[in-house]
Design a protein around this ligand. Structure first.
Ligand SMILES: C[S@@+](CC[C@H](N)C(=O)[O-])C[C@H]1O[C@@H](n2cnc3c(N)ncnc32)[C@H](O)[C@@H]1O
Length: 262
């Protein structure tokens, strides 16, 4: 096994640049899924499409200023705009944003799209009521950089919701993308930056204990940690790293809902 957590948080970073190239290259694969999500106003989350009614990432959603961190094709922002929010989508990939802009025309729904880095948000302090990330900053940004930024741009009492791979699955998946097993494949202590062999993308995953400590340091209190289960009618996904049988026994994905105190 050649797996290695990169533990030094102060190491000079190149992941924003390399992930930009990665996502510019993958953008074409996300056009059709993005169109389906824009066209469907019943929000569904994650790789198994768990209904919002079972997850509650939005609820209670009271409108206001919203930022989607790593918006990709920006269907989450579209859902929020249709619910009375004023979203801004920010993404590191110009190609993903080009798709998002094309859907704004196709579905006649406009909101600002910004080409930028969720680890260095180009927004004033306390600009937003709600921040959200579904597999955007949530896994592609360094949590020690993006969570302080999310805390900075949220107003006191504002909520942050984010969803990505579960810690448990991240510990059980094989290096070569073979589906997660029922055995731990790597240590939890030290988990942070994750680079898969033969994959130029850089992900970030930290333990629940480290996450809670970091959230508290950023001025958040945890309202909920939801471990997603596939719906009864779920089917195998196009993602090789997990199979439905595994996902029915252990959480493949987890969603955090936190509120800025003060
Ligand atoms: C899987 S997409 C998330 C969008 C959508 N929710 C989805 O699931 O398809 C991941 C997005 O995160 C973006 N991303 C990666 N690193 C980022 C960064 N540092 N700042 C902003 N966006 C970033 C990528 O460009 C990509 O569009």
């Amino acid at each position: 096994m050649c797996f290695n957590w990169v533990m030094n948080r102060r190491r000079p970073i190149g992941h924003v640049q390399s992930n930009r190239a990665v996502w510019d290259g993958w953008a074409a694969e996300y056009v059709e899924p993005g169109r389906l999500a824009w066209d469907d106003d019943k929000p569904r989350w994650g790789i198994y499409g768990v209904p919002e009614t079972d997850v509650g990432l939005f609820e209670p959603f009271e409108g206001g200023d919203v930022v989607e961190l790593g918006c990709g094709t920006a269907y989450v922002s579209a859902w929020l705009a249709r619910r009375g929010g004023r979203p801004v989508g920010i993404d590191n990939s110009a190609a993903q944003l080009a798709t998002a802009a094309s859907f704004q025309k196709e579905f006649d729904l406009r909101f600002p799209l910004i080409h930028g880095d969720a680890e260095k948000l180009p927004f004033a302090d306390e600009s937003f009521d709600f921040a959200i990330s579904e597999y955007g900053a949530a896994i592609w940004c360094d949590p020690y950089r993006w969570l302080p930024e999310a805390g900075r741009v949220l107003r006191p009492g504002g909520r942050l919701a984010f969803l990505g791979n579960s810690v448990l699955m991240t510990l059980c998946v094989f290096d070569d993308n073979e589906p997660a097993s029922d055995r731990l494949q790597r240590p939890q202590f030290g988990m942070h930056r994750l680079e898969w062999p033969d994959d130029p993308g850089v992900e970030f995953h930290i333990s629940h204990g480290d996450r809670i400590q970091l959230l508290r340091d950023c001025g958040f209190e945890v309202e909920n940690l939801i471990e997603l289960q596939p719906p009864v009618d779920a089917e195998e996904t196009r993602y090789p790293y997990v199979q439905l049988d595994w996902a029915r026994q252990w959480p493949t994905e987890e969603a955090w809902i936190v509120r800025k105190t003060g």
